[in-house]
Design a protein around this ligand. Sequence first.
Ligand code: NAD
Ligand code: MG
Length: 402
Amino acid sequence: MSGFQRIAVLGSTGSIGESTLDVIARHPDRLAVYALSAHSRMEKLAQQARASGARVVVVPDDAARQRFFQAWPDRTPLPEVRVGASALADTAADPDCDTVMAAIVGAAGLPSALAAARAGKRVLLANKEALVAAGSLFMAAVRDHGAELLPIDSEHNAIFQCLPHGDRAAAPTRPAAGVRRLILTASGGPFRDRDPAELHGITPAQACAHPNWSMGRKISVDSATMANKGLEVIEAHWLFAMPRERIEVLIHPQSVVHSMVEYEDGSVLAQLGQPDMRTPIAYGLGFPERLASGVGLLDLARWGRLDFEKPDLRRFPCLGLAFDALSAGQGACIALNAANEIAVDAFLHDRLPYTRIPQVIAETLEWHAGRPSVTLNHLDDVLAEDAAARAHAAGSVPAVAS
Ligand code: NAD
Ligand code: MG
């Protein structure tokens, strides 16, 4: 896409949302904010809307709308305020916007991401849970409606950069020619070297203290358990039409190599850079051109060495569970993601010990395996399956911490 882009940033108050606004503000000649959305933190949303000149904001309900009005400075013209989940999907498909940054956390971001794809937008996809829950539906929407899909997750953005592609972002139906494997790197999170027996009393603050990346709380916990890498394996499967056996995970504690593509001739291409999400975001916004992102230079001499090792699935059971779910099919992936969201939320609210997170996922996958299989051809089918898995997972979370 060349020329001026009007952008809807869905989930603008989050970590990815803020980084996106930072990159957009660096390029007023070619990028402008059209719409912003947030689920809470209305003061922050008002401040962002004012600074970016957004024409539209989307808030979850009337109470949030009131808080937004209260936070809005007098004498400044108000943006249009839209309310509710359907307004979110409508805004993603709005003819007045060209590009949608899908940066809502969790499966809650699926309907709006899908609406953007169905409206043929340039979709910058940070919301990996949307692909995990509805990969085939989402990729078919991209293909059928001529959307342009640019992966923002740093690993997938790295792989996208290392794959051969023309000047447009496609939704492939088979692996790129000549590619043998995709190698996703993972930092290993804050507990990479901890004895699993010591993890029982881990607090949310400890789990969210990521050594390399600054991120939202849910993905920070996912990084500690490596559920995040599991979700990313499923994400890579859908984005690049790559079978499970040809997706490898390597722990790379420095988070400098963001992922790699191995070719049949033995070549391995990698993308390197600082661990700062503004690089993949700028790539998505500028594609196929490169934009300044504000990210500093990578000083490899300062690093001196880069380390790689295979992950230990006994230490990180959530990663193994994600490989299992991918083999079992789309319904199992929905159950895995739903159970993880329920378990992580309970952990963040002190209702579940850290070490129970993989158990809730495993129990929900077992429950799912015993259910009759259902067709998942429509968004409503996916949402119903997601709701059933959430209800089951919630039942295995104690009302108070044990
Ligand atoms: P975050 O928690 O910082 O922000 C989430 C945003 O979503 C907020 O604006 C919030 O208001 C909104 N939101 C939350 N629940 C919602 C709901 N039910 N309905 C509508 N909006 C809702 O999260 P983040 O770290 O920015 O991550 C966003 C997405 O990007 C996630 O899917 C995450 O996995 C992915 N991602 C993040 C990073 C990162 O570095 N932060 C990297 C790669 C991928
Ligand atoms: Mg990632």
